[in-house]
Design a protein around this ligand. Structure first.
Ligand code: PGA
Length: 240
């Protein structure tokens, strides 16, 4: 069975001290969780190097964002090439909050996916539904880029930060549609689909029963290490 993947998106929630405390708990208690599943923690850019040092050999660290450019005069941007050189091999791309507050378009998201992939950083592509995913996949293909692996996070906007997890049948249906569209556009690619949106310790077990998802993208609840650990173990108690 494919290993489950859990991505913690800390957004801009944690103070420096709280981030250090999370890392200390992870160093003490995170080993077992990381042996059983793939874990990626995405802190704000400020803490990337701190986490890379602290969590090395325990869990992976990812960025929340990267530039459409590989390098150059782009003040404030985060270079995917430099992420990889710093030992960071994952980045979120196309998160709903980036689209809502910073005007990210499908075109920009497509460029980021390609630049990240070409520089050795795996993009975790956040999408709002199957049509959104398909539009991004087609735009990537139009650029003649054919990824060998795709990690997509299905995050319905109505579920992000609202406390309302999407209907399980809806999650099943849409994640399957995303997978189908990915394999038809990129035959042979290894495709994983995560669910994200108000995941917490209560919903994680039920989400584990949604067979078409391969893991979770966890926002607010992932800023609490103990909650994050519980979410991982509840989801992992899935039986198929
Ligand atoms: P949430 O955020 O779990 O706080 O809803 C998920 C996300 O936006 O990635």
């Amino acid at each position: 069975m494919k290993r489950s993947l859990f991505v913690a998106n800390w957004k801009m929630y944690l103070s420096f001290d709280a981030a250090v405390d999370w890392c200390k708990l992870c160093v003490r208690d995170g080993g077992m969780m990381a042996r059983e599943a793939d874990i990626i923690v995405c802190p704000e850019a400020t803490y990337l190097s701190l986490l890379t040092k602290y969590l090395e050999g325990i869990v992976a660290v990812g960025a929340q964002e990267c530039s459409i450019y590989p390098d150059g005069p782009f003040t404030g941007d985060i270079s995917a090439a430099h992420l990889a050189q710093s030992g960071i091999f994952y980045t979120l791309v196309g998160h709903h909050e980036r689209r809502l507050y910073y005007g990210e378009t499908t075109l920009k998201i497509t460029k980021k996916i390609i630049v990240a992939s070409q520089n050795g950083v795996e993009p975790i592509i956040c999408v709002s539904d199957a049509a959104d995913a398909e539009a991004i996949f087609l735009a990537i293909k139009n650029e003649s880029f054919l990824p060998k692996s795709i990690v997509c996070a299905f995050e319905p906007p109505a579920s992000i930060g609202t406390g309302v997890v999407a209907e399980f049948t809806e999650i099943e249906k849409i994640s399957l549609a995303i997978k189908k569209s990915a394999v038809s556009i990129f035959p042979g690619a290894d495709v994983s689909v995560l669910y994200g949106g108000s995941v917490d310790v209560f919903s994680a077990k039920m989400l584990g029963n949604v067979s078409s998802i391969d893991g979770l993208l966890i926002g607010k609840a992932g800023t609490d290490f103990q909650a994050f650990k519980k979410i991982v173990s509840s989801f992992m108690s899935r039986v198929f």
